[in-house]
Design a protein around this ligand. Sequence first.
Ligand code: NAD
Length: 475
Amino acid sequence: MKKFTHFIHGKPFADPKASIFVSNCPHSRRAVAEIALGDAETVDRSIRSNLEAFAEWRDVEPLRRGRILIDIGRKIRESADMLGKLDAEQAGKVPKQGPIEVEAAAQYFEFYGGLTTLDMGAVINNGSGYHAFTMRVPYGAIGVVTPWNVPLNQSARGIAPALAAGNVVTCKPSEYTSGTAVELAKIAVECGLPPGVLNVVLGTGAECGKALVSHPDISKVTFTGSVRTGQEIGHIAADRIIPLTLELGGKSANIIFEDADIDLAIKGSLAAFTSNAGQICSAGSRLLVARPIYDEVVKKIVVAARKLKIGSSDDADVGAITTEDQFRRIQGFFAIAEKDGARLECGGADMGEKDWGDGAYIPVTIYSGVTPTMRIAREEIFGPVLGIIPFDTEEDAIEIANDSDYGLAAGLWTENLRKAHRVAASIDAGYITVNHYDPCVLLPFGGFKKSGYGREKGIEALHHYCQIKSINIKL
Ligand code: NAD
């Protein structure tokens, strides 16, 4: 059994009177880790350490700050095996997934490490009698709260740009998947990050998470998780008048036009809703298909889906569902889909003959004949479940895609460049891919509508971790 405790001011901090949360491996449903449960006192200790470190870190020469971040990226890559296995064990990922997510985590530190000297202000032409300029300055202590689905990657996504801008961070990962955030903090200190610049506190959202976002000395919060919690944190941030980045859920449309390379589209669309067993905020869980190719696409994607291997072996494609609550929630959608009249093509509630041991696995499930009003077309399922909706014209496709409370991502498959530009411009979503469905560290990422606000990734994220100061000198 692994044991994880808070990491504060450059070293582990264990509170002897703290309670413990036992987290299970979703592949076996057996206990694998003991996680310390922090409270308001733990959070306060972390923020005090953060503020002490901020006095030094904000003035560290930017090139040196960048070098430390780049070194963290290198060390993450060197530790890929350990980090990938830890996330796989705690979140139920397939072994193939680990290296992909670790690589992205390393890239965040390299990318932002290279930006510490750039784009931190502008000279404004206020006439020859003035020297007017802006400076991007750090906020101070940032709270980064992450969910259980992509633990290391999401921690790195928030932490790297915040540190690059000269802030200090307290990160609160999900209690189900806390291991890699603690390991990341250890790695950071080994790479020369001063104590207190990056702390990790562990615990539940209701106690530790809430204490973090409510702490009077936190100057900004970045939250990734559910809409419900995002709303709750939004109220707290509004009361405290601090900025907030919210990365919430999605119900992203993935559109295959008649002129698409169908085999390419099938391969990408399958990965779009089965990667990480569908537990991805940007999953392409609504597949919109042009009516003339609808039957062909349904047939081919079902054949491809049946070939995916479920489990924890090295060659498995689809892993387990991270939490028992989420496992039950996904199963609830099978009855809802049936009641709403969707046609089950594969997967679904029948788990009868599968050789999956005790793992929390859900079969890859595809419904055809889905209409935009059905609940499986409107609600985020967060599992390997796809609804396929036919459309007639380009305008129909855009209308159906935009008929959603969410607006995180969308995918388009077409060989027609003009159409790709037209449709991409008309879809209300923050990240749109054409002829692939892959994430990218370099591009700003975030939602329209209930998918959230603010942006992570890209240079935008760096800007979100800075406040602008204008200086206007009369010469
Ligand atoms: P969640 O909202 O329950 O929890 C997310 C994190 O917030 C956890 O660390 C949790 O402990 C903490 N938390 C819970 N209540 C809190 C509170 N009152 N105050 C402060 N912190 C609190 O979400 P989850 O169930 O862990 O994750 C799944 C959800 O996250 C899905 O809805 C998914 O769409 C969303 N998600 C979004 C993105 C994105 O980038 N947009 C990425 C991953 C997951």
